[in-house]
Design a protein around this ligand. Structure first.
Ligand SMILES: [Zn+2]
Length: 59
């Protein structure tokens, strides 16, 4: 997964600002990836899919 993400970033020059909302404890957080990936809740460790993804530009 990570190798695919890195290649997509290099080819497209795109980045995603991801928003996560944990269904288990209502924690929300942000992360940035080159594609949509699951992340673990920093509070309870539940694996969450992105609730929102916004494309951002990188220089
Ligand atoms: Zn949680």
């Amino acid at each position: 997964m990570s190798a695919f993400c890195r290649r997509a970033y290099e080819e497209d020059g795109q980045w995603l600002a991801l928003t996560y909302e944990c269904p288990n404890c209502d924690t929300s957080w942000h992360d940035e990836w080159s594609c949509e990936v699951d992340d673990d809740c920093p509070t309870c460790g539940t694996s969450c899919s992105p609730a929102d993804a916004e494309e951002i530009e990188i220089d």
